[in-house]
Write a protein that binds this ligand. Structure first.
Ligand code: 0O2
Length: 233
């Protein structure tokens, strides 16, 4: 029996969970496609990073993390969204089984890299959720791209769904801490409310930091540009 991390409300669906678990155990090919999609995207992003590093002293990508969604999370999401619980439904409805997170130093790097990735003509953009321009009410900021990327394996080419989350180092710092604290469920509601408020304030501070660092970068690049133009005279 798998050691499930199922939430209490889903324990009643245990038989359905076990059925999906069985189906996924034999769906190894499907997961090979998801893993290959992550590798494909990671390679393309590394290539963009290499390219941009020719023109700037700082790489636009600090780190790339990939993760395959766990069976528990897949099950939870299918149930929460009222989707059928089977393999075809995962293929049709879920975009975040293959997840890629891209961490950039500056906000403009996020948009520069995402623009160039989306310009690749075999990548299909299904949805862009810009939580940087429009942060979530709790302060969460990040750029989410729901895309489809071609994967070529011996059984044939498949367009595979993936979610690319792009954010700055400051956004990543905040999101990681907020995520780990969100699951401390035994905290009393009043304290929880205060913590949420404080986390939101921290998000505003981290946003302010990102904007100020971006300003500094523009000033340095502006000065470098002026210097280069001066050199040419
Ligand atoms: P994991 O393990 O990171 O994948 P849903 O996935 O149904 O909750 P939706 O609309 O599909 O929601 O996607 P949404 O809210 O645009 O983005 C979902 C993912 O973004 C989450 O995945 C997180 O990774 C991240 N995210 C979204 N909101 C927050 C937030 O407020 N705080 C933090 N720390 N991360 C957030 P999962 O599935 O939660 O987990």
């Amino acid at each position: 029996m798998p050691n499930t991390g199922l939430k209490k409300e889903h324990m009643i669906d245990y038989a359905e969970y076990m059925d999906l678990y069985g189906q996924l155990e034999s769906a190894t090919e499907l997961f090979t496609y998801y893993r290959s999609a992550m590798q494909e995207l990671e390679t393309r992003l590394n290539m963009l990073n290499d390219y941009f590093s020719m023109y700037s002293e700082q790489n636009p990508i600090t780190a790339i993390h990939t993760r395959l969604k766990s069976i528990d999370s897949i099950f939870e999401k299918l149930k929460r969204r009222d989707f059928p619980v089977n393999v075809q439904s995962i293929i049709d409805n879920l975009y975040d089984v293959a997840g890629i997170r891209v961490i950039c130093p500056f906000i403009d790097d996020v948009y520069r890299v995402s623009d160039k990735l989306l310009k690749q003509d075999d990548i299909i953009l299904v949805e862009k959720k810009d939580y940087i321009m429009f942060p979530k009410p709790n302060g969460y900021r990040s750029l989410h791209l729901l895309i489809e990327v071609p994967v070529f394996l011996p059984p044939g080419k498949r367009m595979v769904k993936a979610e690319v989350q792009m954010r700055t180092i400051a956004m990543e710092f905040w999101a990681n801490l907020e995520h780990s604290m969100r699951y401390k469920k035994d905290t009393d509601p009043e304290t929880m409310k205060e913590i949420s408020e404080e986390l939101k304030n921290c998000a505003l501070t981290s946003n302010e930091l990102d904007r100020r660092m971006q300003e500094i970068r523009y000033r340095i690049e502006g000065e470098q540009l002026l210097k280069t133009e001066g050199d040419q005279e």
